[in-house]
Design a protein around this ligand. Structure first.
Ligand code: KG4
Ligand code: ZN
Length: 333
């Protein structure tokens, strides 16, 4: 079974050719640079950039894999959640190939792709917890099996990645702010700024990050933005984010224990899972609870088509083939 998968939910155009033995024949991720000068993703520009490059990437992916389009058994594409223009481009492109070659088309949920991504490179038992930390989502799921994924809590305003990007912008860093904040924080003092940790006193599993961004905005206005300031505020910000994440992970564990659910592993997925500081904090905390922490392999952390191919291969293709499935910017699991 050879799958050709397309990911275009935001600002990465990606194609992966993978088989049901986990062999990746080619995996190309093209990150659009055009958004850098705007300090964030401009949907219309993203759509155009996907359209301009998707055919070229397809040819490259086929060439690299040494496969022909006629070798492909199933076509899959992200159909949501995400930006509607980019979703329409990727999904209709894959649908067109499927129709032309008379092969099935399987629509894939982008968040499900992230949630299942660590099961590609790790032996994860069920049930486990998955913490989704992307530019658009901050969610905690209980993963009972590959197709029983239950939402336990989520952000009521900004996502973690979005907060990294907005704070980066306030500090004059380029887009996306996440990786740059991580770099600056390495040499900063994390105890200089005492930042707010919203919803920590509440006994639910939801997150809120917009107050944190506002607090940093006020601090930025009162200070001169120099290198020392940027390093210290980045370090304090990362400490604050990890405190919030760990508190909610802890509440999730208590909650599940009270409901007699035994968990021995947790995965952290999405672009923010690249952050070594946050990874280490979570791993160390979970070690005290005898819980293993898992991550996707590097190329499956940020947006990518390999996780879409993997998600497709975890499904019964006959039951999930649906050429008339419409892209939906708010698609939920
Ligand atoms: O999963 P992803 O690639 O795309 C979405 O589905 O949104 O996540 C992108 C987000 C961006 O907000 C980016 O700033 C953040 O992941 N990110 C990071 C790091 N690398 C990427 N945030 C913190 N530290 C990083 N090293
Ligand atoms: Zn994503």
């Amino acid at each position: 079974m050879l799958v050709f998968a397309v990911e275009t939910s935001c600002d990465e155009t990606s194609i992966c050719i993978m088989d049901d033995n986990k062999n990746i024949y080619s995996h190309i991720v093209f990150s659009q640079e055009i958004h850098k000068k705007h300090g964030g993703v401009v949907p219309e520009l993203a759509s155009r950039a996907h359209l301009e490059i998707i055919q070229e990437i397809t040819n490259k992916a086929l060439f690299k894999s040494n496969k022909k389009l006629s070798d492909i058994d199933v076509f899959a594409a992200t159909c949501g959640p995400g930006l509607i223009g980019p979703l329409l481009i990727g999904s209709n492109f894959a649908k067109g190939l499927a129709i032309g070659l008379n092969k099935p088309f399987v629509p894939i949920n982008h968040i499900e792709g992230h949630v299942l991504s660590p099961t590609y490179n790790n032996e994860m038992s069920f049930p486990h917890i998955c913490l989704v930390l992307t530019g658009g989502h901050t969610q905690i799921y209980l993963v009972e099996s590959n197709n029983e994924i239950k939402l336990l809590g989520e952000t009521i305003d900004d996502a973690v990645g979005e907060t990294f990007d907005k704070v980066g912008k306030l500090l004059g860093l380029s887009y996306p702010g996440g990786p740059l904040i991580e770099k600056k924080a390495i040499e900063g003092n994390e105890n200089v700024y005492d930042l707010p940790t919203p919803l920590l006193k509440e006994n639910n599993l939801n997150f809120s990050f917009s107050g944190l961004k506002t607090a940093i905005n006020l601090i930025v206005k009162k200070n001169e933005i120099n290198e020392v300031f940027v390093r210290d505020i980045c370090a304090s910000f990362q400490l604050c984010i990890s405190k919030i994440l760990i508190d909610k992970i802890n509440k999730t564990l208590i909650n599940l224990e009270n409901n007699y659910k035994k968990i021995n592993s947790l995965s952290v997925v999405g672009g923010v899972s690249n952050n070594l500081y946050i990874r280490t904090k979570i791993i160390k905390f979970l070690e005290t609870k005898n819980i293993f922490t898992f991550f996707p392999k590097k190329e499956m952390m940020s947006d990518n088509a390999a996780m879409i191919a993997w998600s497709c291969l975890n499904k019964n293709i006959k039951n999930h083939s649906n050429i008339s499935f419409n892209a939906d910017p708010r698609l939920s699991i």
